[in-house]
Design a protein around this ligand. Structure first.
Ligand code: GAL
Length: 388
C-alpha cells in the first residue's frame, strides 16, 4: 500500500462496458477500447480506468470456490488482460455484487468477500464495481459494503471501491464511513433526455454528500450513444439524445463532481462526442483537487422559474468559481445571476472575468450580475475569475 494514497482523491475517470455492450463483451473489444484511450487522447485527458461490468465470469464458481472468467470472452484470462491494460498505462476495473448473484445472474461475492478480493488483487485489478442485486433480505447492505471495503483494503493491492446500491437504504448517511471511493446514488441511467433530467433533479440538492475520496456517482455517461445500446432498457424506446442534451449531461456530471465513466463505443465516436468527452475546461472543473460539491442558486425572478432552471456554483481551489447556467426546461430562458448570491457584494468593488468553457474563450468582465439567454435543454458553463 502506498503511504500517500491519492486513489479516489478526485472523481475517477474511465470507460465501462455496460451501457453499450451489456452481456456482449470480450477481450478483443475491450483491448480496442484501451487502444483508443491512448490513440484518441482520452488517456492524456485523464481517463484512466477500463471497467469490465457484469457478465465476465462463468455461471458457477470452480471446485475451490473461485470465480472463473468465461474463457470464450476472455481467452487469455484476466491476469494477462490486466497486464495488457497496464502496459498501456491504464488501470483495469471489474465487477461483482454484494448479493449471491450479480444482476445478470452470475455468481456474486456474498460470503466470498475476502477470497474474491484476494483473487482480484492477484489478477492485478485496480477498481471493483460492487452491485446490489440478490442481497439476502435479512442482511444489512451497509454491513456488506463495509465487508468488501475491508477485504479490498487488505487485499495487498490498491483497489478503488465503486459501490453501486442505487442510492438505496439512505446510502448518503453511511457510505463514506464504509471506505468506498465512489457510490451510485441513482437507479440506472437510460440514453434519453428524461432520464438525464430525472437523475439530475434527484441529486441537485445533495451537494454535501460528495467530496474527496467518496464521490457521488450519478451513473455512467450516455454521451455519444445516440441510441446505440444492445440493451433495450438502457437504449430505451426513445433512444438517444441531441448533441446539446449530451453536452448538458456532461456539464452536469462534471459540475456535480460525479465520476465520469464513458458508456459509448469510443472506437466509433463522432467528432462532437470527442469534443464533449475531451473538454479540458470541464474536466479541470470536475477534477479540481478540493472536490467541493456545487451549490444551487434559483435564478431571479424566482416565481417565474421551475426547478428545471437553475444555476450551480462550484468553488475551485485557486479562488475561481465554476458557474453552470442550466436550462432543463422546454423553452428558451434568460437565467439571471446576481453575484451577491455567490458571496460577491457590490461593496467588494470586484468584478468577474468570465470564460466560456464550451467556446473556450473569454466572454468579458461583469459587475453585479450576468444574464445569459440559454436555449432549451442547454447550458452555459463559465469559469469566473475575481478581479479587483
Ligand atoms: C445494475 C447496475 C448497472 C449494471 C448492471 C449489470 O444493477 O446499476 O450499472 O452494472 O446492474 O447487471
Amino acid at each position: 500500500m502506498t503511504s500517500q494514497n491519492t486513489m479516489g482523491l478526485t472523481p475517477p475517470l474511465g470507460w465501462n462496458s455496460w451501457n453499450t455492450f451489456t452481456w456482449d463483451i470480450n477481450e478483443t473489444l475491450i483491448k480496442e477500447v484501451a487502444n483508443t484511450f491512448v490513440s484518441d487522447g482520452y488517456k492524456d485527458a485523464g481517463y484512466e480506468y477500463i471497467v469490465i461490468d457484469d457478465c465476465w465470469s462463468l455461471k458457477e464458481r470452480d471446485e475451490n470456490g473461485q470465480l472463473v472468467p468465461d474463457s470464450e470472452k476472455f481467452p487469455s484470462g484476466i491476469k494477462a488482460f490486466a497486464d495488457y491494460v497496464h502496459s498501456k498505462g491504464l488501470k483495469l476495473g471489474i465487477y461483482s455484487c454484494a448479493g449471491t448473484h450479480t444482476c445478470a445472474g452470475y455468481p456474486g461475492s456474498f460470503e466470498h468477500e475476502f477470497e474474491d478480493a484476494r483473487q482480484f488483487a492477484e489478477w492485478g485489478i485496480d477498481l471493483l464495481k460492487y452491485d446490489y442485486c440478490f442481497k439476502p433480505r435479512q442482511m444489512s447492505g451497509e454491513l456488506l459494503y463495509k465487508r468488501m471495503s475491508l477485504a479490498l483494503k487488505n487485499s495487498g493491492r490498491d483497489i478503488l471501491f465503486s459501490a453501486c446500491n442505487w442510492g438505496e437504504d439512505d446510502v448518503y448517511h453511511w457510505i463514506r464511513e464504509s471506505g468506498a471511493h465512489m457510490y451510485r446514488s441513482t437507479g440506472d441511467i437510460q440514453d434519453n433526455w428524461e432520464s438525464i433530467k430525472k437523475l439530475t433533479l434527484s441529486q441537485v440538492d445533495k451537494a454535501r454528500y460528495t467530496g474527496s475520496y467518496c464521490h457521488n456517482d450519478m451513473d455512467m455517461l450516455v454521451v455519444g450513444m445516440y441510441g446505440g445500446s444492445n440493451d433495450g432498457f438502457i437504449g430505451s424506446k426513445i433512444g438517444g439524445c441531441t448533441d446539446s442534451q449530451y453536452k448538458t449531461h456532461f456539464s452536469l456530471w462534471s459540475m456535480m463532481g460525479s465520476p465520469l465513466m464513458i458508456g459509448c463505443d469510443i472506437r466509433e465516436a463522432s467528432h462532437m462526442t470527442k469534443d464533449i468527452l475531451l473538454n479540458k475546461d470541464l474536466l479541470a472543473i470536475n477534477q479540481d483537487v478540493e472536490s467541493r460539491g456545487a451549490y444551487r442558486i434559483k435564478p431571479e425572478p424566482q416565481w417565474f422559474h421551475d426547478d428545471d432552471v437553475f444555476i450551480q456554483v462550484k468553488v475551485l481551489s485557486d479562488g475561481d468559481l465554476a458557474i453552470g447556467f442550466f436550462n432543463l426546461s422546454d423553452t428558451q430562458r434568460e437565467i439571471s445571476l446576481q453575484f451577491w448570491d455567490m458571496g460577491l457584494p457590490y461593496a467588494s468593488k470586484c468584478s468577474l472575468e468570465l470564460y466560456d468553457c464550451w467556446e473556450h474563450k473569454t466572454i468579458g468582465q461583469f459587475k453585479e450580475r450576468y444574464n445569459p439567454v440559454v436555449p432549451k435543454h442547454d447550458c452555459l458553463i463559465v469559469r469566473a475569475k475575481v478581479v479587483s
